[in-house]
Design a binder for this molecule. Structure first.
Ligand code: DGL
Length: 262
């Protein structure tokens, strides 16, 4: 068992850093190693087979680098590949799925919105979760086409972003949603903008904290938790490191961010 190894985390790009933030907050003395596969973003438009091949590549690199657990910090990758990863590798995997269940349990208007990628919304796992937990609720599903590309190219504050979000939230507003589920780990970075476009009554839910708590539980169950005196946080990106540096600029933990060809 690699007790002292890092928590491995991967995403199709910089979005999974929203999950990394929650993990670092929950377990500040664990080492982390994050892969941003930005060169291959977005995963959401790719076939299941293509997504699986990318997940295998990321998993093997994290294992080579000593990861003791892998957090698939991408809804699209989780919904399409987690079963395969769990049955083909020995270490534990944590996945991330749209938080439809809490939204469906808490809604008063009986109408909830979900913004996610095409790959997530068309997956069998998402269909099963919706069928199990949101049978009696109207779920307004919208594909966030173009949002990941704008985040990956440092255009969160752009007029294009505002216009896409206005368009995507319109059918949700018309359906009187009271919960919006962010079904893509990139989207928490859009919360400040989304809040200006929706009524204050709408609760925005993402999965970061739940994933961090689950990661801690599974590490404890496998006797893999470790408190280093000082934690290290390594980020590898196969695209321009400036984008990830900027997205994490407000986070105080010391970190190393570098380019790697993978
Ligand atoms: N962060 C990924 C997710 O959670 C992004 C999707 C993509 O690359 O299309 O789904």
């Amino acid at each position: 068992m690699k007790l002292k190894g890092p928590i491995g985390i991967f995403d199709s790009g910089v979005g999974g850093t929203s999950i990394w933030r929650a993990i670092e907050a929950q377990m500040p003395l664990e080492h982390t190693l994050y892969l941003a596969d930005s060169k291959n973003a977005p995963y959401g438009k790719k076939s299941k087979e293509a997504i699986l091949a990318l997940c295998i590549k990321n998993t093997e690199l994290l294992i080579d680098q000593g990861a003791k657990i892998i957090v698939v910090a991408c809804n699209t990758a989780t919904t399409n590949a987690i079963d395969y990863l769990r049955s083909n590798y020995e270490l534990p995997f944590i996945g991330i799925e749209p938080a439809i269940k809490p939204a469906a349990l808490q809604t008063k208007t009986k109408s909830v919105g979900i913004l996610a990628t095409q790959g997530t919304l068309s997956s069998a796992l998402f269909a099963k979760t919706s069928e199990t937990f949101a049978k009696d609720v109207e779920v307004i599903e919208v594909i966030g086409t173009g949002l990941v590309e704008l985040i990956e190219s440092d255009q969160i504050e752009s007029p294009e972003m505002e216009s896409l979000l206005t368009q995507y939230l319109a059918p949700m507003k018309a359906a009187n949603i009271d919960h919006l589920v962010l079904g893509c780990s990139h989207y928490p970075y859009l919360i400040p903008k989304i809040k200006t476009l929706l009524s204050k009554e709408v609760k925005i839910i993402d999965s970061g904290e739940a994933v961090a708590r689950q990661t801690e539980r599974i590490l404890e169950q496998h006797a893999l938790s470790y408190a280093h005196e000082k934690s290290s946080h390594q980020f590898y990106t196969n695209s321009d490191p400036k984008v990830i540096s900027k997205i994490l600029a407000d986070h105080p933990a010391p970190k190393s961010i570098s380019y790697k060809d993978f």
